[in-house]
Structure formats: structure tokens, C-alpha cells
Design a protein around this ligand. Sequence first.
Ligand code: BG6
Ligand code: MG
Length: 220
Amino acid sequence: KKIGVIFDLDGVIVDTAKYHYLAWKDLADHLGFEFTEAHNEQLKGVSRVRSLEILLDIGKVHLSEEKKQEYLLSKNEHYLEYIYKMGPDEILPGASELLDMLDELGFHYVLGSASKNAPLILKQVKLFSRFAGIVDGNSVSKAKPDPEVFLIGAEKLNLKPEHCVVFEDAIAGIEAANRANMISVGIGDKDVLHEADFNFKNLTEIPNDFFTRKVSEKIL
Ligand code: BG6
Ligand code: MG
């Protein structure tokens, strides 16, 4: 059976949440309210614009549209300072091995990320050229949990959604994969990602026969 894989980026391939946190926290400091790492959990998998809205809700701050645009830009510039320092040593454990496994099986994979910085991040960690395609925050009009990002991914893979496996660390991403009729794999806390078809703590836990047996059995 032909199987294709769609990877979320942030939290699955690399841990950029900490850099988003530092950049958003800096903005919260500037606006005069506290923004904790627990608050930051709410921003995972969420688009940049939506992230700002959530942040402003937390601080109960109201801003003009113009100010919002200004802060979106400055937050991203700050975030990019961290991204430019990233290297291949920041690839999360098990990710490179999983891509190797897929290469050996001859299964293609694409990226399905909400981030507009996804191509840059993949280049920083030297994984860009391994992907058969990139679907990122620049190519979608509807954010996760809308399935659009993954459906475009399936088109790039030239596969039916039912033949695609999605790796995700965010609830919104699992929902998007399920709505797209794909096989969803939750990476992280299985109590949080309980809607996923499969759950693993991290990518090192994926068994060798995962695609050839577990996933194949699910595809009719
Ligand atoms: C997602 C992250 O991958 O990308 C979110 O999980 C982030 O936290 C979103 O807000 C958008 O990212 P960017 O890089 O376009 O600001
Ligand atoms: Mg993610």
C-alpha cells in the first residue's frame, strides 16, 4: 500500500515553542502583564494572528488594528533572532531516524505547518531538501483545526487523504488530521492528544513496523 506522511514542524521536528515563548513574553512585559509558560501552551499549533489575540486576552489589553500589526511584526523579528541561531543539533530526538525509515520504505513526506517561518526553520536545521513538499502558514487561508493544510499536503503527495499519516503535537492539529480523514498520530501527552488514532511520547518511540503493520492495517 502506498502511504504518505505529513509532519507538523513546531513540537514534532523541532522545539521552537520556547523561542515563541521568549518573544511573546517580551511583548507581554512591554505591555505590562505576566505571560507564563503555562499560558504559552495555549499558543501551540495556533496561527500567529490568533496567538496575539490569545495573548492580549490573557493581559486584558485592547489594541488598535495598527498596533496589532506593529506588534506582530516586532514579535516575529525577535523570534527570528533565535531561529537564525538554530542548527541541526536542535532536531528533536527520533526525527531524523524516522525520515530515514520513510526513505527506506520509499514513502514520501511533506510538511504541514501553521508557521510562516517553516521553510527558514527547515533550512536552519538542514532538513529542507528532504521534504517532497512544504505546506506552511503562507499557503493556507484557514488555520488548524481546519483540515486545509493537510488536504493540500495530500495533493502534494498525490495521495488520497485516507492514505496519509499526520504527526502532530497540538490538539488543533489532531482535529485537523481527523477532519481530513487521515490517520492521526499524537506526539506528546496522550491524555491531551486523546483524539489521535495513535499516541507516542516522542518520535523515538515509533516502532520499526509502525507503517508496515499498524498503519497498513488501518488502511483498507
Ligand atoms: C505553529 C506554532 O507551528 O506556528 C505556533 O505551533 C505558531 O505556536 C504558529 O504561532 C505560527 O508560527 P509563525 O512562525 O508563522 O509565527
Ligand atoms: Mg506543533
